[in-house]
Write a protein that binds this ligand. Structure first.
Ligand SMILES: Nc1ncnc2c1ncn2[C@@H]1O[C@H](COP(=O)(O)OP(=O)(O)OP(=O)(O)O)[C@@H](O)[C@H]1O
Length: 228
């Protein structure tokens, strides 16, 4: 279980533009289930996901991964937990132009003592899961929207994370690709992955994949429960 206890995040603290993006959030996320953070733009979903996924630290409150409190760990431990535990899929994919598809998929594995050949094989095997092995040597910007989406998912899976975090994953996808994305998430859930999605897209929050909907407004949780 992932637990957030009284978590807040304040940007620009002490300055005139101080802003509290997340306010006193307490939340438990079950492993092996799919949780959807739902709420309007600016409600704090990305900020909360970032803290849960060890990408940023709360200004107040504590986050636990199982029994282990991760909030106050030194940066190098946090980085190591993040890499081993979480796979991230971002709103605009954040694929790196100029690099090949294979290189993009390998990025989250670095730094690593693993031999390049072995890492490349793992990356190719991951791309093959998405029928992209033939595109491994292509520049990432040559891919179609659907291919780029699948490359982004492959990249999130390279370290075989237990938890997939996807921030507004369908925001830039058409309806067909959005459904395809949810199909891939369904397969990953079937393999036992924990999935945490943020979205204001009904294709995501109305999906039968969602076990729990957490609704946010102005940095706070206003409702949480099974989908109605
Ligand atoms: N680094 C930052 N500095 C200052 N304010 C920030 C920062 N990051 C986010 N915010 C503000 O915090 C609020 C919450 O942002 P956040 O990205 O978490 O919302 P969101 O619910 O994910 O929105 P969206 O659905 O548009 O992605 C917004 O008002 C945003 O402008």
């Amino acid at each position: 279980m992932i637990t957030a206890r009284n978590v807040s995040k304040t940007f620009n603290a002490g300055r005139p533009n101080e802003f509290r993006a997340v306010s006193d959030v307490t939340l438990s996320i079950d492993l092996g289930r799919t949780t959807v953070l739902k709420g309007p733009s600016g409600s704090g979903k990305t900020t909360l996901l970032g803290m849960i996924g060890c990408m940023s630290r709360p200004s107040a409150g504590r986050i636990f991964l199982g029994e282990r409190e991760i909030t106050s760990l030194p940066e190098r431990f946090l980085t190591s937990i993040r890499r081993r535990t979480f796979g991230f899929i971002f709103q605009q994919f954040h694929l790196v132009k100029g690099l090949t598809v294979l290189e993009n998929v390998m990025i989250p594995a670095y730094p690593t003592p693993e031999r390049l050949g072995s890492l490349q094989k793992r990356a190719l095997d991951t791309l093959a899961m998405f029928n992209l092995e033939g595109k491994a040597g292509a520049k990432i910007e040559w891919l179609s929207g659907g291919e780029a989406q699948r490359a982004a998912i492959a990249r999130a899976l390279i370290n075989d994370p237990a938890i997939i975090v996807a921030d507004e994953p369908t925001a830039h996808l058409d309806t067909r690709l959005s459904h395809e994305f949810m199909g891939i998430m369904r397969t990953l859930k079937g393999e036992g992955k924990t999935i945490i999605l943020s979205s204001h897209d009904p294709i995501v929050y109305d999906s039968d994949l969602a076990d729990r909907i957490v609704e946010m407004r102005d940095g706070r949780i206003v409702a949480a429960g099974a989908p109605s």
